[in-house]
Design a protein around this ligand. Structure first.
Ligand SMILES: Nc1ncnc2c1ncn2[C@@H]1O[C@H](COP(=O)(O)OP(=O)(O)OP(=O)(O)O)[C@@H](O)[C@H]1O
Ligand SMILES: [Mg+2]
Length: 566
């Protein structure tokens, strides 16, 4: 191995660099001399702990060897991990904590290392009187001749422990950079940025080599990866435990994961939260799946770049309103079209309106009922549907007429119980309106009741007619790719807009995949059920395209349709 001894000049340059950066240059790594007197107060005796979110507190007291803090942005992961590290450093003389990031700058410029120094350390100084090696117990931040940062802390029992920072840009660095290093605690912030399991398997080799220090640990923090559950961090921390087929099974008991919900973080002011969220929304703008990862902490994979409508659908152009800001498209005129794809395992219903454009028609998707991946009996769909119809009538004070347009298959395919989907839904709607009329006060105009002797409708008379009939959408040969192409044309002309109230439609337009075997204009059936959303949205549009006549037309560009939700 080459050992490079820096020249006097090089050392001088480093010392100057350290000074510029406000740290003290010390290549020695020597612990400060022992001090007389005892250390700080004991954590147990004082009953002191740093302020933490509930999940942060669980992590703080956790003693398993492998821990992961994960979740959406701003849940308090990095800070909680920081406190966990300081607890270890305070409790055990001789503790050495390695803090790792991929790049030095991500650690020093506002990253984990900065947060440790500026947010976490002061809490320990104020709360339990934590001291460093400097005069009056000041903590001295140091830099060595490889530009690595470190500092010493006085422990509960009067000894010294240290924190040091290592950046490891490339996977192949890990092994060589860790060689010969020993530590008792290891922390990697933004762990999903590290691209292989080596960032786990190598560091843990270096743990446990310093004797006499209990509860040594590897700790990672991250947002869910764009690779979702395929990412090594997920694989490492969440799956594959106690497999008896393996010689040395990964023991469940050695691992713990902590999901930090953003809602628990009360440490940020509303203004700080907003600023934080603005950045997150910016990321979601160009990547729809980011919302699940960065706002909900779900390990959702970023959609492949091959969606059928991916090139054509753009949130900036086609999405109207914003759920967070409570703006959605408010229907106009007197008619709403409703598209249906009702099935045994997946059902989707689309509320949409047709409007006039300079060159023809445009469509606005207003609302949706999407029930995918589970069997929902038609009797349960009817109240949801009527509830939504009632909502829009009530909210706008309009007696809307509804055109219900469904897959023709609903009319000619028998259900297992012998009924047809279309008939079954009509019946369920009728029954619901008859028995729970009070739930739908804004839908009275759709129900006819028995009349009295003078010909006036009796308010609680028997229902004699309900204005609810499903119209079959034609399904000639080649109608599937025809519907796909039709939607592409509409998107290209900006003649299809989707309200923020119909986010499953947005998701569908962003991620619906083509079925490789059938060609680029054939949507693929996937577990996500996007094809059903596509169907329920495109049946009504196709119905009119093929010359269907029911339904009224609005005027005015849909861009003006965004109203404030109250
Ligand atoms: N225990 C705490 N004490 C004081 N402030 C906290 C605490 N937890 C969180 N905060 C505040 O909330 C902010 C976000 O916390 P933190 O950086 O730990 O979140 P995170 O989950 O790591 O977020 P990201 O996903 O963006 O990395 C911090 O900058 C800090 O201002
Ligand atoms: Mg963080």
């Amino acid at each position: 191995m080459n050992i490079r001894i820096p020249s006097e000049a090089a050392l001088l340059a480093l010392a100057e660099e350290a000074e510029r950066e406000g740290v003290s240059f010390d290549p020695s790594h020597k612990p400060p001399p022992p001090r007389s007197g005892k250390g700080g107060p004991s954590l147990d005796d004082e009953g002191w702990q740093p302020p933490l979110t509930p999940t942060g507190e669980e992590l703080y007291y956790c003693n398993v060897p492998y821990m992961l803090a994960h979740g959406e942005r701003g849940g308090g992961k990095t800070i909680a991990c920081g406190h966990r590290l300081f607890k270890h450093a305070y409790e055990y003389a001789g503790a050495a904590i390695c803090v790792t990031t991929l790049t030095r700058s991500s650690a020093t410029l506002g990253g984990a290392w900065t947060k440790l120094q500026t947010i976490v350390l002061p809490v320990w100084q104020d709360g339990i009187g934590m001291e460093g090696e400097g005069k009056g117990g000041q903590v001295i931040f140091k830099m060595d001749d490889s530009r690595n940062r470190y500092f010493w802390l006085r422990t509960e029992d009067g000894g010294w422990s240290m924190f040091f920072l290592r950046s490891m840009m490339h996977g192949e660095h890990i092994q060589s950079r860790l060689k010969g290093m020993e530590f008792t605690g290891f922390f990697f912030d933004e762990l999903t940025e590290a691209d292989d399991d080596g960032y786990f398997s190598h560091p843990i080799q270096q743990l446990g080599r310093i004797p006499g220090i209990p509860n040594q640990f590897y700790l990672g923090a991250c947002n869910p990866s764009e690779d979702g559950e395929d990412h090594w961090v997920y694989q490492r921390f969440m799956t594959g435990f106690d497999n008896p087929a393996e010689k040395r099974p990964k023991r469940r008991a050695d691992y713990r994961t902590f999901h930090f919900p953003m809602t628990e973080n009360d440490f940020m002011t509303p203004a700080e939260k907003e600023a934080y969220l603005d950045k997150v929304y910016e990321a979601c703008r160009t990547d729809p799946t980011a919302e699940d990862r960065l706002l909900k902490g779900i390990w959702r994979k970023k959609a492949a770049d091959k969606g059928i409508f991916r090139e054509y659908f753009k949130r900036e152009l086609h999405l109207r309103g914003n759920v967070e800001k409570n703006t959605v498209i408010i229907p106009q005129g007197r008619v709403i079209d409703v598209g249906y794809d009702i099935g045994t395992a997946n059902s989707s219903i689309t509320f949409l309106q047709r409007y006039r454009t300079q060159s023809g028609w445009g469509w606005a998707v207003l609302d949706e009922i999407v029930l995918t991946g589970k069997y929902v009996p038609i009797d349960q769909i009817a109240p949801k549907l009527l509830g939504l119809m009632n909502y829009w009538c009530e909210r706008t004070g309009t007696q809307f007429r509804f055109n219900h347009i469904s897959d023709a298959a609903a009319f000619d395919q028998m259900r297992p119980d012998g009924s047809y989907d279309a008939r079954a839904l009509e019946k369920a709607v009728w029954r619901e309106l008859e028995t729970h009329a009070a739930k739908y006060p804004a839908l009275r105009h759709l129900v006819r009741r028995e009349r009295d002797a003078e010909g006036k409708e009796k308010p609680d008379g028997k229902v004699v007619a309900v204005e609810f009939e499903l119209i079959p959408c034609p399904k000639p040969n080649g109608s599937v790719p025809a519907r796909v192409k039709m939607c592409i044309t509409l998107l290209q002309g900006n003649d299809l807009v989707v309200s923020a109230k119909a986010m499953r439609h947005v998701e569908m337009l962003e991620t619906l995949e083509p079925d490789g075997a059938k060609g680029i204009f054939h949507p693929k059936k996937t577990d996500a059920g996007h094809i059903h959303v596509f169907d329920s949205m495109s049946y009504p549009i196709y119905h009119y395209e093929m010359g269907g006549t029911a339904g009224g037309v609005m005027t005015g560009p849909a861009a003006n349709w965004v109203d404030l939700k109250v």
